[in-house]
Design a protein around this ligand. Structure first.
Ligand code: PEP
Ligand code: MG
Length: 837
């Protein structure tokens, strides 16, 4: 019943009630891993062709047959579930491979009673196995008789199979062992999708007789691929070979941060039951007391029906767009802060939000008459069930990420407030918190969180550990019957939630809490005094910040200044660039937040992998080696001029210091100096802010002496300096553990920078992540660094470390480290010379 070459109406191959794939009692089919399609619970004993076509495969065991329709669609007709195990008993195939069949022709006959008695279910499937080229929409979800219209199939790629690049191109295949810890769960699946999307070719993973397109995280997870399993990869298209090699590399490279994130928490044993105590599983350590606050899940109102289908589709699209914007915002901030765990988790959320399996199911439910909230909710629930049935604890935990998206999209659809109001110091109890809940609660200053469900390797657990928020999971349903307001003790290390602590116990916990607070307070007080070494050398400990709010926190924590303001915070998450006035106001706010302390403001460092919607830069083969940092002056000089004008209008200018990213030669610095002079003259500004350069490429470190002649100060960006010195992508998941700035090659560059700067009497700071590593403090001080710009929460700790050092001894021992052969050797030596407290 072909309407034209692209559209096809498939007729029912069997008679019986029709089901959506999601409701098939088989995790693999229901996940869509085999492809999109439909199911029938058959009442007759013969399977018929749903259209004209050619038989391209018949199962050896006679329970399934695949046809190629005239529009190129490949249709798997699978009789019953797990019927392969019957080994052909009860089936008789009526056609052979290569046969031409017509719509309605009998294909296979089976013994209905016999098969029904011996298999898991008779529910039979019609699945489009090359569904990436087609869109399938059921025509009915009621009962059908053989030959009645069942499904509408539309080719989405031009000409179906005939002229799309994918089908015209060659297909290449490869085989690889999965290195990812815990198998192919959400984050590695999102990485596979990301890799596949860099190419024009269409790629699939094949495992255990099943396949999934690499552009669906749900489909990939639905394959339930375990760690060390062998998978096949196929790619078809003009760049198939390159796509295949990239995918093989992604699949065979374990995520370093995954290993690190999973490592710190050992699976605790459960303790014997105790009255008034709920036993749970440690997700993030700590001991706290406080009032219990129950958080409920979002309630879905009844679906009253009678919807305008088009309006519901639109409503869903808008809500998805809103949530995806919110997630992108979280992602941008995680990237700016360099929080790789948070970034990977929300990257996976974004990929799930765009997942064709979830979206198709939701839109299908709308077509069937459901409102957008119910349609979305059903689609998510169906996939949660799939994940829970796959027999992998890790994948089952990932259902929580789907629930996060369920909740977020429902909130957007129902216009509910996105934040709860929980008092600081509370202990929050919930069935299961989602990653975005956790970020909100942590920002509100809650003391701890506990959940009836959840696991220690879930994304919420990873985030809780990152935020230092005590967290227990799997406390059981009893948690949800507890009243809000009662004072409880959360002993995460002991796996206990004490519901009725005695006054004595409460006093002890509160004492421990206050001792901890007192220690921090002492540290805080000391943090406000300058850090001097034992031989009385002042080391400035400043903070890396990305907004005026963070600057205020840094000052409260004792920062001697801002060592790095990443101005990208002003430019991301928006559709137009901030104008001069807005920029000036934002920089002034940071200066004002810092009292009388100096603030180093870095000019915008976008380009490379940090692209802005409103700043289209040419696509580059190697973006990190392209137009990024100060090189923007070459591509978009007016943008940099605008930023310099805004900076020149801040007051007082002696506290505002300008830092240039990615400088490689003296001329770049001289050019910006000239621009500063010209712009200051235009604005009638007499003073000049100090102008410094970042040392973050080896060329700059090697030219430090020449740069120092013209710069007011140098600041070492160890993140990029590691990347460019070691030739290892700083964001490469598989190399993360090896991109270590304590590598002796970097130490040599740092030493050379300090020596070069000293020749002109210039100070050297470090604003990369190495400055926040207490193990590195003595080495940096020993090599001549006199300013450390660290994350605001670590100011007290780094200052305390400085106070135990002697610069002369540090210099002698650090000089020896330059002769070691690896970062690991340097780390070992540091532990020996300067043990951490
Ligand atoms: C660095 O490269 O070390 C640095 C501080 O800059 P960013 O991390 O913003 O690239
Ligand atoms: Mg950098």
């Amino acid at each position: 019943m072909s309407k034209n070459n692209k559209e096809l109406i498939l007729s029912a191959p069997l008679s019986g009630p029709v089901l959506t794939l999601a409701s098939v009692p088989d995790a693999v089919f229901a996940s869509g891993a085999m492809g999109d399609g439909i199911a029938i619970d058959p009442l007759n004993d013969t399977l018929h062709a749903p259209c004209d076509g050619e038989v391209i495969h018949v199962a050896r065991t006679g329970h399934a047959v695949t046809l190629r329709a005239d529009n190129g669609a490949e249709l798997l007709l699978h009789l019953g579930l797990d019927t392969v195990e019957l080994q052909g008993d009860g089936f008789s195939m009526l056609v052979k491979v290569g046969a031409r069949v017509s719509n309605g022709q009998p294909l296979l006959r089976y013994d209905l009673d016999k098969v029904a008695r011996r298999c898991k279910s008779l529910v039979s499937l019609l699945v489009i196995t090359n569904g990436e080229h087609f869109q399938a929409r059921p025509i009915t979800l009621k009962g059908v008789n053989v030959g009645e219209p069942l499904m509408h199939l539309i080719a989405t790629t031009p000409g179906g199979t005939q002229d799309s690049e994918q089908d015209g191109g060659i297909e290449v295949r490869g085989q690889i062992r999965i290195a990812h810890r815990g198998g192919l769960h959400a984050r590695p699946a999102a990485l596979v999708r990301q890799t596949a999307r860099r190419f024009k070719s269409r790629s699939h993973l094949h495992f255990d007789g099943r396949s999934a397109a690499c552009d669906s995280v749900m489909g990939l997870m639905g394959l339930a691929i375990a760690e060390q399993a062998e998978v096949h990869v196929s790619c078809r298209g003009s760049d198939a070979e390159a796509a295949l090699q990239a995918l093989l590399a992604t699949l065979s490279t374990a995520l370093a941060e995954e290993t690190q994130a999973a490592a710190p928490v050992a699976r605790p044993q459960r303790h014997p039951a105790e009255d008034g105590v709920l036993q749970g599983v440690l997700a993030a350590p700590g001991l706290v007391a406080g009032p219990l606050v129950r958080l409920g899940a979002i309630e879905l109102p009844d679906d009253v029906g009678g919807h305008d289908i088009q309006a519901q589709h639109q409503r869903l699209e808008l809500a998805l767009e809103q949530v995806s914007d919110e997630i992108r915002c979280t992602l941008d901030h995680a990237r700016i802060r360099g929080d790789h765990n948070e970034e990977a988790i929300f990257d996976a959320h974004l990929a799930l939000l765009e997942d064709p399996i979830l979206l198709d199911a939701a839109h299908l439910a709308i077509d069937q008459g459901h409102g957008a909230p119910h349609a979305w909710s059903q689609s998510i629930e169906a996939q949660c069930q799939v994940l829970q049935q796959l027999g992998s604890a890790l994948l089952a935990e990932r259902a929580n990420d789907l629930r996060d998206l369920r909740q977020r999209v429902l909130r957007a659809l129902l216009g509910e407030a996105c934040s709860f109001d929980v008092a600081a110091g509370s202990i929050v109890a919930a069935q299961e918190l989602t990653p975005s809940d956790l970020l909100q609660l942590s920002a509100q200053g809650v003391a701890g969180v506990c959940m009836a469900e959840g696991g220690a390797t879930s994304h919420v657990a990873i985030l809780a550990r990152g935020k230092g928020l005590p967290c227990l999971v799997a406390l059981g349903p009893q948690l949800l019957t507890q009243a809000s307001g009662q004072t409880v003790v959360l002993d995460a290390d002991g796996g206990r939630l004490e519901l009725a602590p005695t006054a004595e116990r409460l006093a002890r916990v509160q004492q421990a809490q206050s001792q901890h607070a007192a220690r921090r307070a002492r540290q805080q007080i000391l943090a406000h005094t300058p850090a001097r070494t034992l031989d009385d050398v002042h080391i400035e400990v400043a903070a890396n910040v990305a907004s005026s709010t963070e600057a205020a926190q840094a000052l409260a924590n004792g920062a001697d200044g801002v060592g790095l303001l990443r101005t990208e915070f002003l430019f991301v998450d928006r559709h137009t660039a901030p104008d001069e006035a807005e920029q000036c106001q934002a920089y002034q706010a940071v200066l004002d937040a810092m009292g009388d302390k100096p603030v180093i403001i870095r000019t915008i460092d976008v380009g490379g992998d940090k692209q802005l919607d409103y700043l289209p830069l040419p696509a580059e083969a190697n973006p990190v080696l392209g137009l990024r940092g100060i090189r923007l002056a070459q591509a978009r000089p007016e943008l940099l001029d605008q930023q310099l004008r805004a900076l020149l209008q801040t007051r007082p200018l002696e506290r505002c210091r300008i830092l240039l990213p990615m400088v490689t030669e003296v001329d770049e610095l001289l050019h910006i100096r000239q621009r500063l002079d010209a712009l200051a003259a235009e604005l009638g500004v007499k003073e000049r802010p100090q102008l410094g350069v970042m040392i973050e490429v080896p060329a700059a470190a090697l030219l430090a002496e020449q740069l120092a002649e013209h710069a007011d100060f140098l600041s070492i960006g160890t993140n990029d300096l590691s990347q460019y010195t070691l030739a290892m992508d700083r964001d490469h998941a598989g190399l993360a553990a090896r991109v270590d700035a304590l590598h002796p090659a970097l130490l040599r560059l740092i030493a050379q920078t300090c020596t070069g700067a000293a020749k002109h009497g210039r100070g050297v700071g470090v604003c990369g992540a190495l400055a926040s590593d207490p193990l590195a403090t003595p080495v940096l001080v020993g090599l001549g660094v006199r300013e450390l710009s660290v994350s605001p929460s670590q100011i007290g700790e780094i200052k305390a470390r400085v106070r135990h050092l002697d610069t002369v001894k540090c210099a002698c021992l650090s000089a020896e480290l330059l002769n070691l052969g690896s970062a690991a050797a340097v780390r070992r030596a540091c532990h020996q010379h300067w043990p951490l407290g």
